[in-house]
Design a binder for this molecule. Structure first.
Ligand code: HEC
Length: 311
């Protein structure tokens, strides 16, 4: 048997996607006392660094497009506080200036989903599944926001996080520190805006939910079916064409969101629900709705496995 054939067979029998393998986990290190706000503090070297890919938000018209942004994330917890340190490349510093309202600033956000069986829509949560957001914009104090879906973003009455930023040779290092978000079972996601690209609102790059791995908390795989898909991606690719998904979802058509990077941004559970019960959550910004299609359970799994392979 040729080596290529062996590989192909291995690929076909391997479970398509599992959260444990994809490394969608942020390990939170314990810190004695309040974690440092200074991105250059030595304590940060004790927190595991995770590389997280931020994808251009496909659902925003006129969104940034282009390349994936690699962000390095670290987290420390101590004295009832969680601190998250994000480092990412950004060639030009763009800070908010009171007199230059036409200019846009570099910004970053940390989004928290409460512990639950399912994960909310990663773009600002959804009705009934609220998310908390820590938001930092260069040159301004950090804010705390609450979202229950696109356009529902509001200042949160809870205490704002603290933030400190440092400009490096080719990018930013920012620490955000606050009270919430350290609960076991919670998930965390990141977003970044580049002022040089006129980044604002939906014109951002966004990561998938990452399971927060805290001491004493459930293992990140406790998300169960949310985190697993056992379908066959190559069958899924065929079904994708046969069932006419392309007719709406091809980026050139634009009747539905581009799914070209669906596996980088979403979890299997979200994709499964989007296909099986499209009415459960409506992705904002589209004139038409996702139709409920007559699919067998195994066909749905194959489609999910195929979409998870796209990133
Ligand atoms: C008639 C057009 C149409 C067809 C055909 C269609 N979709 Fe959709 N789909 C949409 C629209 C519009 C949305 C966004 C609005 C909504 O959620 O209702 C969407 C949303 C989705 C989402 C959520 C995407 C996100 O970014 O959150 C997934 C996943 C999806 N569709 C998968 C599929 C699959 C798989 C097929 C084929 C089996 C398919 N769609 C066929 C129009 C379509």
């Amino acid at each position: 048997m040729s080596r290529a054939l062996v590989w192909l067979l291995l690929l076909l029998i391997a479970p398509s996607w599992s959260a444990a393998e994809s490394g969608r986990t942020i390990r939170v290190a314990e810190h004695a006392g309040v974690p440092p706000l200074d991105p250059a503090d030595h304590a940060w070297t004790r927190a595991a660094a995770t590389r997280v890919a931020l994808y251009p938000q496909a659902t925003a018209p006129g969104g940034p497009g282009g390349a994936v942004l690699p962000v390095e994330a670290r987290a420390l917890r101590g004295a009832g506080r969680l601190a998250v340190r994000l480092a990412w490349p950004d060639a030009h510093e763009n800070a908010a200036a009171p007199l230059a309202t036409h200019r846009f600033a570099d910004a970053v956000a940390v989004q928290f989903a409460p512990a639950g069986k399912t994960l909310p829509y990663v773009g600002m949560g959804e009705p009934g599944q609220p998310v908390q957001i820590w938001f930092w914009r260069a040159g301004q104090p950090a804010q705390r926001l609450a979202g229950q879906g696109f356009g529902s973003l509001a200042r949160s009455p809870d205490a704002a996080p603290e933030a400190r930023a440092r400009r490096t040779a080719g990018g930013w290092e920012v620490v955000l520190r606050g009270e919430a978000g350290a609960r076991p079972g919670a998930a965390i996601a990141f977003a970044a805006w580049d002022g040089a690209e006129d980044g604002r609102a939906g014109r951002k790059r966004l990561s998938a939910w990452q399971a927060l791995d805290v001491r004493g908390g459930p293992s990140p795989t406790a998300l169960g079916a949310e985190a697993r898909s056992s379908g066959d991606p190559s069958r899924g690719a065929r079904l994708y064409t046969e069932h006419g998904c392309v007719a709406c979802h091809a980026p050139s058509v634009g009747l539905g969101p581009s799914l070209a990077q669906a596996g980088g941004i979403h979890w299997p559970g979200y994709l499964r629900r989007a296909i099986l019960e499209p009415a459960a959550f409506r992705v904002p910004g589209y004139a038409t709705a996702m139709p409920a299609l007559p699919l067998q359970a195994d066909e749905v799994e194959d489609l999910v496995a195929y979409l998870m392979s796209l990133h």
